[in-house]
Ligand binder design. Sequence first.
Ligand SMILES: Nc1ncnc2c1ncn2[C@@H]1O[C@H](COP(=O)(O)OP(=O)(O)O)[C@@H](O)[C@H]1O
Ligand SMILES: [Mg+2]
Length: 298
Amino acid sequence: MALRVEERHEKLIEDVKYLKMNAPKTEGETESKEVGTENTHGQLSLDLFKFKRTIARGTFGEVKEYTSIRTGGSFAIKVSSASLESENIELRRLHALNEMFINDREIQNRMLIKHKHTVRFFGAFKDETTIFIVLELMSQTLRQVMKVNGIMDEASSGVVVKAVAKGLQHLHRLRVIHRDLKPENILLSHERIKIGDLGLATTETGETWCGTPGYQAPELFRQETHGTPADMFSLGVMAHEMLESSLPFSGEYWKKHVIRSNTLQYVSPAEFSRHLKTLMEGVLNKSPVKRMSADDVL
Ligand SMILES: Nc1ncnc2c1ncn2[C@@H]1O[C@H](COP(=O)(O)OP(=O)(O)O)[C@@H](O)[C@H]1O
Ligand SMILES: [Mg+2]
């Protein structure tokens, strides 16, 4: 397990190198103006914000709504604390370390990404135990929308798929793989649809098992080499879920066709239009090489 942390660290250093080379140079100035740090030498700190409410408790801490004292603007701040409930101090330390790496990765990935369909990143700061990531405030997750609306028709789910595919196209052009696409990580606000939670995003292909069962591409689950096509599979899973209110592959099916053999095959429900069938079978192809890319979808 210690090795995995080291591996992560090495990868992180590589990522940082890559991102530093590609990061837009003027970003810091424009960002600080919006957050209200222009008179504090661009230094972000919690003193600049007023707490409003806790939005969600996630895997790596909490997401809270704050307003900027100087500008009055609203923000979501992802607060990841190193303290964990575990009884075992070694475990606690390891988790904290992992958490820091994941969040550092999120910060580094976000520096480069600015797109209509990705949640805007304004900056980050930390103290000894906690990392704060300042983000554009969104109003709800796709999961919440799905719960309220139930089954969505081809037209409205198509709008979401197209927006997410556009966001992915941008990420993939930057060689960033999201690796945890699911309805909880797609955020909506005033008709805007954006990809959030870059906590597991990476700029390299790899074999690390990560993501969320049910949404993972088979190659990711099987710990085979995975790259940007893994995100397209997750997009297909989300599309199916919006249209049918269920996941495309049951646990039993997954056991048989992904764990015991590599024979997964998606069969579209009969009521899908021809266009939708081609799309769904294209993105849910078990082979990452044959799978449709974001460019193919758009
Ligand atoms: N920018 C945001 N605006 C509003 N809510 C957000 C924002 N980012 C995250 N959230 C909420 O917090 C939850 C957890 O955030 P996320 O970044 O996905 O962290 P985790 O790594 O814990 O999954 C999301 O599912 C969503 O409900
Ligand atoms: Mg999340």
